[in-house]
Design a protein around this ligand. Structure first.
Ligand code: GLC
Ligand code: CA
Length: 569
């Protein structure tokens, strides 16, 4: 090393002893336009129970995730969001937390988490955790104290009320997983509120001590090197203090057999925003990113979650795509335009541990592999940050339980057979054609998709036309192409019922995306009038079929379910 280099080197070493590396990397905008790391990152959700089992007990774990960082780096993942891995009775598979500052022994130890963070840093993969703070587990020491007596100092950490009369809950609120949202506790003769399962009592966010405790939890993890959080169920943090009854639609029943109510008094209360803004201020101390599980119904709601001054969530998720279950260019066009115009940095989610997999929702049963590539080409070329769900990249599909007695998700047992619950989208990751798809040597906690011999990482890596290799090429292109990273979104041919086409446009450069969402070949004549595009030739960057190296914008042939990405010259 030259002397000058050596000085710089020692300076960097010095700095990194002062500030953990993650903080230095995060404070720095990654380009001259001020983009932050999370705006150019590809996120990947891992359901820890189902990703990789290192100790062969049939349950995935943190060392399992660490052992797959090489794979994730190869694929092109920059950050992983790990669904809850905190100690938990696992009634809701981790979304019932009994200790926020530890790791469930099923998944490993705190040291395993530290190792994952450290090795992730080496691979340039950041770790995001799941902050579940609408509720805790009923086994959390806070709740155990709270329920012990009416005068316990933690009594007011949860929502306790008298019933309307003997055996009658305080009001008509209904749990999201069925039944009354109130549970009677004979010990103190009061009812506690739980928006989700009985075992998930809601925290009382009107109590400043609760807010402080949760903010401290977030700090505790930031200090350990976590780069941010996905915030669970934030819509339901606050309830109307007067507990007004929700309006009910007469004559209708939910999939759980409950009245269908409009949750105006226990969802999306304005107080949510002030609390999230304060949580954001804490995140800003550590340059951490906040992603919200925000089930917004329209763009106005989405805008509110960004905060009027961009001071709330970096990326509130908009689940409108998750509600579109068919290949509809017009529907996608509408949703993209809305999210793109909301003023914040978009985030795109197509499936997760609560939503049926893309392969099933959009597949027609015959061209599912092509459709998987088509959908990848959509959500990985939009302006914004994509969150992949583990296994989408190999074409995993839902493997739903066949019999009620096999259902693990309690909600699925309750709504059986109308809704089979969420087990199907939570099956073990398929690593190889070996037994149990290489996930574990023991019988996995949730059965593997029977198609695993064909759909797995090892087999697909060897096949240049696999879904996996397509994802890998697409992610490489995305990372290296400034237009795809930052270019603005411009809709094209808006009346085409079969083909979704758009430009990404950046400083005079244009990348074209053409997605044939129909089962027949289409000839696309691009209407570029009014766009600042001078070229008429498109150079192929990537296609899901054998496309010619160049084509003319006035006539492009795209096969059934074909996806095309090119640069206009
Ligand atoms: C969120 C989670 C879901 C969980 C619920 C209750 O919606 O994504 O899996 O059941 O919160 O915590
Ligand atoms: Ca294990």
């Amino acid at each position: 090393m030259r002397k000058a280099d050596l000085t710089i080197f020692s300076f960097i070493v010095f700095c990194s002893t002062l500030f953990p590396q993650s903080l230095i990397a995060q404070t720095k905008a990654i380009d001259d336009e001020g983009h932050q790391w999370w705006q150019h990152a590809v996120f990947y959700e891992i359901y820890p129970r189902s990703f990789a089992d290192s100790n062969n007990d049939g349950i995935g774990d943190l060392p399992g995730i660490t052992s797959k960082l090489d794979y994730l780096r190869w694929l092109g993942v920059d950050a992983i969001w790990i669904s809850p891995m905190f100690p938990s009775p696992q009634v809701d598979f981790g979304y019932d937390v009994s200790d926020y500052e530890n790791v469930d022994p099923q998944y490993g130890t705190l040291q395993d988490m530290d190792r994952l963070i450290a090795e992730g840093r080496q691979q340039n993969i950041r770790i995001i955790l799941d902050l579940v703070v609408n509720h805790t587990s009923d086994k959390h020491p806070w709740f155990i104290e709270s329920r012990s007596s009416r005068t316990n100092p933690k009594r007011d950490w949860y929502i306790w009320r008298d019933g309307k009369g003997p055996g009658q809950p305080p009001n008509n609120w209904i749990s999201d997983f069925g039944g009354s949202a109130w549970q009677f506790d004979p010990k103190t003769n009061q009812w506690y509120y739980h928006y989700f399962y009985v075992e998930q009592p809601d925290l009382n966010w009107r109590n400043p001590a609760v807010e402080k405790a949760i903010f401290d939890v977030s700090r505790w993890w930031y200090k350990r090197g976590v780069a941010g959080f996905r915030l669970d169920a934030v819509d339901t943090l606050f309830e109307d203090p007067n507990l007004k009854d929700n309006p009910v639609t007469p004559g209708k029943l939910s999939k759980y057999g409950d009245p269908v109510d409009e949750r105006i008094y226990n969802k999306k209360l304005p107080e949510v925003h002030a609390a999230l803004q304060r949580l954001r201020a804490v995140a800003d101390e550590y340059n951490a990113v906040l992603i919200g599980e925000t089930w917004t119904d329209d763009i106005n709601e989405l805008k509110q979650y960004y905060g009027e001054h961009g001071n709330e969530l970096h990326m509130p998720m908009d689940f409108m795509f998750a509600k579109v279950d068919r290949l509809s260019p017009s529907e996608f066009r509408r949703q993209i335009a809305a999210v793109d115009g909301a003023g914040g940095w978009p985030i795109f989610v197509f499936s997760n541990h609560d939503i049926r997999r893309v392969y099933n929702r959009y597949g027609d049963g015959q061209h599912n592999d092509q459709i998987a590539k088509l959908m990848a080409s959509l959500y990985l070329t939009l302006r914004g940050t994509p969150i992949m769900y583990y296994g989408e990249e190999i074409g995993m599909e839902n493997n739903d339980p066949k019999r009620k007695e096999d259902v693990k998700d309690p909600a699925g047992r309750r709504s059986w057979p109308e809704d089979k619950g969420r087990d199907g989208e939570r099956t073990p990751m398929q690593w190889s054609p070996a037994e149990n798809a290489g996930f574990s040597k023991a019988i996995p906690w949730n059965p593997v998709d029977p198609r695993y011999k064909q759909y797995n990482v090892e087999t697909e890596k060897k096949d240049p036309n696999s879904i996996l290799n397509y994802y890998q090429r697409l992610l490489t292109l995305r990372h290296n192409n400034r237009v795809l990273l930052d270019g603005k979104y411009v809709a094209l041919n808006e009346s085409d019922p079969n083909v979704l086409a758009y430009l990404r446009s950046y400083k005079g450069q244009n990348v074209l995306v053409v997605l044939n969402m129909s089962g027949s070949a289409q000839t696309v004549k691009l209407d570029l009038r009014g766009q600042q595009v001078s070229g008429t030739t498109v150079k192929t960057l990537l296609a899901s079929y054998e496309a010619p190296p160049t084509s003319k914008t006035k006539e492009m042939a795209v096969p059934a379910f074909g996806a095309y990405i090119g640069e206009i010259r």
